[in-house]
Design a protein around this ligand. Structure first.
Ligand code: C2O
Ligand code: CU
Length: 489
């Protein structure tokens, strides 16, 4: 095992094995981008839309003739795209055909804690779990992934992740590209390293952050290109990696319109040429292409610096992510509407609404000095109230912060107005080294004193190590209950 000196990012050290690095290379754009199928659903007599998801092990051919052991929902790797509309009742029959317990969390979904799919809603090997809820939030690009305590990184990296798209009346009316798989593409970006046929689960990693792969894949396609037949295409970018932060932009620096963030559409589009996504964050962008051209979506090193500006091959932390191949004749697309979300306030609270302030000190060893404990409720919040949370990273590595159930407003970053990509509905935000981020959240319940939601760093190895806390939402004047014992569930 060779040790690559601690030359970058101060105290961070790089390790790699003696495995050959000839696999490090440019993306060849040889394979058509896989688009996860839309999940089929049935509608019950009471109007509930019912989905089925089966977690299972299998093998996937990322490279011709090489079978890689993977996990997936329904298929062998990743999962279908679930789609539902605001106001609909949904149920998902989750079956676990793996040989170990897991769970399925609906990241960004506003729903009762018992349906959340966090570490308390474990689905034992061979068993099933059917959460039900009513979709009660704006159109958005959400996703789902396992959340078993201490094992989330491993489960996600093996392939358990998928998108969950929500629509509403506004989004259906708006003239944005919206034909799934045609001019509206899911773009789930993950980084990966192969060790022979298998995924390398950590021989080469940046010790402090968790696993950093030597290349990216999109929707499980290693060398992806997408044929574009329309003048404008909407990309639903999701950072589904476990540790790496991306700064997306096009190789020719063309501007694109940012139309949505984690929790839904912006009030108006924002023209930009780079958008940074930390773990679990989403951005919806609309890009315009010219007939016959090829353009490449790349990821650039993060300008704030995050300790991993350099890759294992010594190059900077840049990746070719996805090539768009425009047809010679493009169907015209309407211009991006000047107004998007109907509510300019996005349904988010303001700092002035807050009845309570809380502080969170982020360190890899835990939040506010305590590692996660399954049987400890860390915070009790009152249903219907707004709080301001101050997230402080005084440590020496980047973290981010994700809150279950509530989309939030980013109030400021180091006292300054947040950049445009942070002004929408958010459920996850980067908290770089040395910085302070303030967010305003409102907890709309439903109340449940006994079943907690999570807040945590979404660098999954940090989460697994205990950078997570639990909160319950209660009616005014009520206390938190006791977390039920889920041992052996
Ligand atoms: Cu995307 Cu608590 O997770
Ligand atoms: Cu972290």
């Amino acid at each position: 095992v060779g040790v690559f000196g601690a030359a970058v990012g101060g105290s961070l050290a790089w390790w790699w094995t003696s495995a050959d690095i000839s696999t490090v290379g440019k993306v060849r754009f040889a394979d058509e981008l896989a688009v996860p199928p839309l999940a089929r659903s049935t509608v019950d007599r009471d109007g509930t839309r019912v989905f089925d998801l089966r977690m299972r092990a299998g093998t996937t051919e990322f490279r011709k003739g090489v079978a890689t052991p993977t996990w997936g929902f329904d298929g062998s790797h990743l999962g279908p795209t679930l789609r539902a509309k605001r106001g609909e009742r949904v149920a998902v029959r989750v079956r676990n055909a793996l040989d170990e317990a897991s769970s399925v969390h609906w990241h960004g979904m506003h729903l009762p804690a018992a349906m959340d799919g966090g570490p308390h809603q474990t689905v034992a090997a061979g068993s099933a779990w059917t959460p039900r809820w009513t979709v009660d939030q704006p159109a958005a690009t959400l996703w789902y992934h396992p959340h078993p305590h201490g094992a989330t990184e491993r489960h996600v990296r093996r392939g358990l992740a998928g998108m969950f798209l929500l629509d509403d009346e506004d989004s259906e009316r708006l003239k944005l590209p919206k034909t799934y798989g045609v001019d509206d593409l899911p773009v789930m970006v993950q980084d990966v390293t192969f060790d022979g046929a298998e995924f390398d689960h950590g021989h080469r990693f940046l010790a402090n952050s968790g696993f950093l792969g030597e290349r990216t894949m999109v929707n499980g396609t290693l060398d992806p290109y997408a044929e574009v037949r329309d003048e404008r295409v909407r990309l639903r970018l999701l950072n589904a990696s476990t540790a790496r932060i991306y700064t997306f932009g096009f190789a020719d620096d063309r501007p694109f319109a940012l139309v949505g963030t984690d929790g839904g559409l912006l009030p108006e589009p924002a023209s930009m040429d780079r958008v940074q996504l930390s773990l679990g964050e989403r951005a919806e962008i609309v890009v315009t292409v010219r007939p016959g051209e090829r353009t490449v979506l790349r990821s650039y090193p993060w300008r704030q610096g995050n300790g991993w500006e350099r890759r294992f091959d010594g190059g900077d932390d840049s990746f070719d992510v996805l090539q768009l191949r425009a047809a010679e004749r493009l169907r015209p697309s309407p211009a991006v509407p000047a107004r998007l979300a109907a509510d300019p306030g996005l349904g988010l609270p303001e700092a002035g609404d807050a009845v309570r302030a809380r502080h969170f000190e982020l360190r890899r060893s835990g939040i506010n000095g305590r590692p996660m404990a399954m049987d400890r409720i860390d915070r009790t919040v009152t249903r219907g109230t707004t709080e301001v949370w101050t997230l402080r990273n005084a440590g020496d590595m980047t973290h981010n912060f994700h809150v279950h159930d509530a989309e939030f407003r980013v109030l400021d970053v180091d006292g300054k107005r947040p950049e445009r990509a942070l002004r929408g509905r958010k459920d996850t935000v980067a908290v770089p080294t040395g910085s302070t981020v303030r967010i305003a959240l409102r907890f709309d319940g439903p109340p449940d004193p006994d079943i907690p939601y999570m807040y945590h760093c979404h660098l999954l190895s940090h989460e697994d190590l205990g950078m997570m806390g639990q909160f319950v939402v209660v009616e005014k004047g009520r206390r938190a209950g006791a977390v039920p014992d889920h041992a052996g569930h």
